[in-house]
Design a protein around this ligand. Structure first.
Ligand code: GLY
Ligand code: MN
Ligand code: MN
Length: 439
């Protein structure tokens, strides 16, 4: 049994807001399927972010149905109690206790879903459900819709319209409450401390794997239950692979190490990247490129405030990074031409940041009415410029095999922004003093 860490008011408040957004509709959120890793071993289970956001319920094989302004309004379908299964897998809440503890209006065993759900849903105007996320549940959803079709009979109303639930929940999740910001700050603090520990332990000949293990140890020691995403511990040329997760190479003297890793604390994840020299000292060219990326990052963070957009920040980043690439003789030509032809993409292929919250790439549309969404107080996001020069690029020799990204987590405030991950050092002097200081 996983005991909820939050007061249920935390989740009820969210349901209240959602009810005002869809007063006549309904929402269905299934837990993700358990996935086989090999033979009879599953990947660790983690609740769906939206289901968690509205209920706090963490067990697999559960479904939440929300029917604003109906009776019952909040309904959870959960696993039945089962003495034998619980001996193997641990205790389950079961419908009776789940109703009490999670303070929903009704609970049923999951086995009754196809019988109960059509009755609950038949009179709503629209059903919000995310298709093609969960094939197994899509099939159950189809059965529910078929029953509803029969129940509605020859009413002339046709089938129940279905809308994707993801943007709906995104509209709520994109604005963080003070309670959420407190949790995210904790995730950021834990992650920053773990990054510092990794810096101290970094040295030539250690393996990326050992540092990855160290990160997990450091965050768990501080109360995080898992990483928010698979850490990227990438030395040398590996850092030029954006989502490198093999993490099994031995660190070489003279290389840089890029660590992109974040703790998940009560479902909120940090997302921090730091890049530093394996030996504790930047070479001249590494330092030049690093300082240049750091300058870009700081100038972009400085621009974050209500009313700003990711689009504007990305355009400014592209200008600055293209200029650096020209100065470094990585690209040749005029800045305007190179930007028009998107030449910078070979060395800076990603966006400047993303929303951050329950998911590392958090919910929330980046455009509203076909226009870039403007930042608002209480939104949280990352700022993460980078330059990646693969070993085989036709560039000055000294720059080959360098990947640099510097990523911080940002809260938009009324007057600008707050860097939530400022405890993770990023100045050259700080990094050089820390790296390898605890061998
Ligand atoms: N860690 C994934 C990202 O930075 O977007
Ligand atoms: Mn990120
Ligand atoms: Mn990251």
């Amino acid at each position: 049994m996983i005991t909820p860490k939050q007061n249920m008011e935390f989740f009820k408040e969210r349901r209240k807001k959602l009810a005002s957004m869809i007063p006549h509709d309904a929402l269905i959120l299934p837990s993700p399927p358990e996935v086989i890793r090999n033979n009879d071993v599953n990947y660790p289970f983690r609740q769906d972010s939206n289901l968690y956001y509205l209920t706090g319920f963490e067990e697999p094989e559960s479904v939440f149905i929300f029917l604003p302004n109906k009776k019952p309004e909040s309904v959870l379908f959960v696993r039945s109690k089962d003495e034998l299964m619980e001996t193997w897998e641990g205790p389950r809440w079961g419908p009776e206790a789940a109703k009490e503890v999670f303070q929903v209006d009704a609970t049923y065993p999951l086995s009754e879903l196809e019988k109960v759900a059509p009755q609950l849903l038949k009179d709503c105007h629209t059903i919000y459900y995310s298709l093609f996320q969960n094939e197994e549940f899509d099939h159950r959803f189809k059965l529910i819709l078929e029953s509803i079709k029969k129940l509605r009979g020859r009413s002339g109303r046709g089938n129940l319209p279905i809308k994707d639930s993801y943007p709906l929940l995104g509209e709520l999740r994109i604005r963080k409450t003070d309670d959420e910001i407190t949790l995210l700050k904790k995730a950021c603090d834990i992650s920053a401390e773990a990054h510092i520990q990794l810096m101290k332990k970094t040295r030539p000949h250690i393996n990326e794997m050992e540092l990855h293990g160290q990160f997990i140890y450091e965050i768990m020691k501080r109360g995080a239950v898992r990483e928010g995403y698979t850490s990227i511990v990438a030395s040398g040329n590996n850092a030029t692979t954006l989502h490198y997760t093999i993490n099994n190479m031995t660190l070489k003297e003279g290389d840089l190490l890029l660590v992109d890793a974040g703790a998940e604390y009560q479902y909120y994840t940090a997302d921090i990247t730091r890049t530093y020299p394996v030996s504790g000292h930047f070479t001249e060219s590494q330092k030049r490129l690093y300082e240049a990326v750091l300058q870009v990052q700081k100038s972009i963070i400085h621009k974050v405030k209500p009313g700003m957009t990711f689009k504007e920040l990305q355009e400014e980043t592209i200008e600055q990074i293209t200029e650096i690439l020209i100065q470094e003789k990585v690209l040749k030509g005029s800045r305007k031409d190179l930007i028009e032809k998107k030449e910078y993409k070979k060395f800076y292929p990603h966006g400047i940041g993303h929303w951050l919250g329950l998911d590392v790439h958090d919910a929330g549309a980046y455009e509203v009415n076909d226009q870039p969404r403007t930042f608002e107080t209480g939104m949280t996001l990352t700022i993460e410029p980078g330059i990646y020069i693969p070993q085989n690029a036709k560039v000055p020799e000294e720059l080959k095999g360098i990947g640099i990204r510097i990523e911080d987590d940002i809260l938009v405030t009324p007057s600008g922004c707050e860097v939530l991950t400022s405890k993770a050092p990023k100045e050259v002097k700080e990094l050089e003093a820390l790296v390898g200081s605890e061998l």
